[in-house]
Design a protein around this ligand. Structure first.
Ligand code: DLZ
Ligand code: SF4
Length: 511
């Protein structure tokens, strides 16, 4: 093959026909290159379901582009000549096609952007890196918004995004009369509440072949491959979105923070993997939810709560990531130095909340936001796990995890390693919070009501121990005033007993 004008190199989370790097494609003279590469499948030990999702979605997307009449050069993971990296595959593709230039869309990870910046020199070809405009707020706009602000609070950003996008707005006013209905979104789930069916798509022949490959190559990675039921095409992802809007969305708001024994999805949408791969567009997701609200089919606390996640939080964490990288990943504001306990990779623990959330993560490559923030994240915060270890864990085990979204959520929000760029205080909580929002404690070997006994909930001693250990760092934070007042009221004997119990449980995690 010769005479190729532009080689358009597409990454596994850029599965969008309207991608900036494809927009001006000339079907007669350009080639799209996609590559399954070992480096991406193993830079953290991704969950096998996540790898299968990405590879199958890539293969389906390549077939869609080819059906549109584009030339697609697709390299499979088991191709014997596969070099194993993006750079290596681009080099081989350039040798095959001899293009005049390369066009790419900016990646979702700093690590990959760094590599991309070296491609032009390595290939001796012009390499154009275009903005990823699938986000509603460009990196530049976020930097403008952030410029000069002392604090980068999500709520301010969110309102700014509502105004500039017009989403869920009635003229200049927020629909429903308020910007944020979060107070109505923390209900406990009554035990007899009927749950909607979990979203599921049966694997087709392409997915079955990928599952076979992943089963052979990644058997050693944490996570269960059996029961794969993710959507791998835009069509199926759209059907799941519609199913969510019609089924679970009306009660999504009420129960978005609730957790339930043996029930993973509850009223959540589970569309983040499709948004993050590019199969769904955030604008169309917000539009579908707003339309349901306008038609009177869903209450405002559901519509607003959902749109806040997509239009507010998702765009905000991406903005923070690009504004603060690469230094962001290196901070360790709470000097957390303990290793990640081994049970994060086995789900074998007597603590029922963690066993539930970790077991579900192993089985589904999914957990909802409160499980991630207040169970696995909170535990890592209280224990003081090294930031990189817990961040890499999240990056590996969740199907929707790419560093732009995973890092601010974990490093910033969950473990406060950024010292408050994202959250104004650490989200530290004792077992009481988990007991209020779930039925986990009822099914646990530990007693959530006590702190310093042999049978006491480990979260309780860890919580107080965290406050004691971190007093010099966070004791003066006005938002921590109440917990520190409670700590100050504690008599010295109780304090000692708690510290002893904390030492005992911590030793148990590393035995
Ligand atoms: C996560 C991932 C995996 C597991 N495999 C591939 C792959 O084989 N080929 C590919 O193009 N992309 C893959 N990805 C997604 C990339 O890691 C992702 O595009 C970068 O991290 C930038 O966000
Ligand atoms: Fe988790 Fe403690 Fe409740 Fe057990 S008692 S489920 S460890 S919060």
């Amino acid at each position: 093959m010769s005479g190729v004008e532009t080689l358009r190199f597409l990454l596994g989370d850029q599965l969008t026909q309207d991608l900036s790097s494809l927009r001006d494609i000339d079907p007669a003279r350009d080639v799209v290159v996609m590559a399954e590469v070992a480096e991406e499948t193993t830079y953290v030990p991704h969950h096998p379901k996540k790898i299968a999702l990405i590879l199958s979605a890539m293969r389906h997307f390549a077939a869609e582009l080819a059906a549109e009449g584009l030339r697609v050069d697709y390299v499979r993971l088991d191709d014997p000549d596969n070099s194993g990296s993006f750079g290596g595959e681009l080099r081989r593709a350039a040798a095959r096609h001899r293009p005049r230039r390369v066009v790419v869309c900016e990646p979702g990870e700093y690590r990959v952007l760094e590599a991309m910046r070296g491609w032009s020199e390595a290939l001796e070809l012009p390499v154009e890196i275009r903005d990823d405009d699938r986000f509603l707020c460009s990196r530049r706009d976020f930097a403008d918004w952030a410029g000069g602000r002392r604090q980068l609070r999500m709520e301010h950003f969110y309102r700014w995004m509502r105004r500039r996008s017009g989403i869920l707005m009635a003229g200049n006013a927020p629909k429903g009369g308020d910007w944020n209905f979060d107070k109505e979104n923390r209900k406990r789930l009554p035990a007899d509440t009927a749950l909607p069916p979990s979203p599921a798509v049966a694997p087709d022949a392409v997915t079955t072949e990928v599952l076979d490959l992943v089963g052979r190559r990644f058997a050693g990675h944490f996570g269960r491959l059996e029961g794969f039921d993710f959507a791998v095409t835009r069509r199926d992802a759209l059907a799941l979105l519609q199913g969510f809007v019609d089924g679970a969305l009306p009660r999504f708001g009420d129960y978005q923070d609730a957790m339930k024994q043996d029930a993973a999805v509850l009223f959540h949408a589970v569309i983040s993997p499709y948004l993050n791969l590019g199969l769904l567009d955030p604008r169309e997701v917000c539009a579908a939810v707003e339309a349901a609200y306008d038609a009177g089919r869903v209450p405002i606390n559901a519509a607003e709560g959902f749109i806040r996640q997509v239009l507010g939080w998702r765009e905000y964490v991406r903005g923070i990531y690009w504004l603060k990288m690469p230094d962001y990943a290196e901070t360790n504001a709470l000097a957390a130095e303990r290793p990640l306990p081994g049970f994060y990779w086995t789900a074998e623990t007597e603590m029922n909340c963690l066993r539930q959330c970790l077991g579900q993560t192993r089985d589904l490559a999914y957990a909802h936001h409160i499980q991630r923030l207040m169970v696995t994240g909170n535990f890592a915060l209280l224990l003081g796990v090294r930031p990189k270890e817990i961040c890499d864990w999240y990056l590996a085990v969740y199907a929707d995890a790419f560093e732009w979204v995973e890092l601010p959520n974990t490093h910033g929000m969950a473990i406060h390693a950024d010292g408050g760029v994202l959250g104004s205080k650490p989200y530290a909580a004792s077992g009481k919070y988990i007991d209020r929002m779930s039925d986990y404690c009822r099914n646990c070997a530990y007693d959530v009501k006590t702190t310093a006994e042999e049978t006491s909930c480990p979260f309780n001693a860890l919580y107080w121990n965290f406050l004691i250990e971190q007093e010099a760092r966070i004791g003066k934070n006005p938002r921590m005033a109440m917990p520190y007042r409670n700590l100050a009221r504690m008599d010295p004997e109780k304090r000692q007993a708690i510290a002893a119990r904390a030492r005992q449980v911590i030793a148990g995690f590393y035995a």
